[in-house]
Design a protein around this ligand. Structure first.
Ligand SMILES: [Zn+2]
Length: 133
């Protein structure tokens, strides 16, 4: 049901086109609005409304987590059809929503793999990818 998309190639195209792998810069170029709020336990979320894309990041996260959250939410915005996702979430419990999370994490990994700050952090926390939602 989920389109199989080539996430590494999609990330490479994005980085080649804009000349940066910084998710915050890419959001600016792509017209994705980023806002910061106190979200409690939630790291972030993203949405599409009336053709506009928005990422909300928990203001209490450290800088590295903000970076990852931004990249992860970009993955949701750029890799999924939100109308389908909303429909599926509301109308069935058969869909494995975590496959969307895996796609978003793969997108973030690809985007951040050459980021020095992120690489150091992910070595300290190898389980980080598995627990992130
Ligand atoms: Zn997610």
């Amino acid at each position: 049901m989920v389109d199989v998309i080539n996430i590494p190639r999609r990330v490479k195209n994005l980085v080649d086109k804009w000349g940066t792998a910084n998710p915050f810069s890419l959001c600016k170029y792509l017209g994705i609005l980023i806002i910061y709020k106190d979200l409690g336990e939630i790291k972030g979320y993203s949405m599409k409304r009336l053709g506009k894309k928005l990422i909300c990041i928990n203001e209490n996260l450290n800088e590295v987590d903000k970076l990852f959250t931004c990249a992860h939410e970009m993955g949701h915005l750029l890799c999924h059809n939100f109308e389908d996702l909303k429909f599926l979430k509301e109308n069935t419990n058969l869909v494995n929503i975590s496959s969307y999370e895996n796609e978003a994490n793969l997108f973030a990994k690809e985007l951040l793999k050459d980021n020095q700050c992120w690489c150091r952090y992910s070595k300290i926390n190898p389980k980080y990818w598995e627990i992130f939602r």
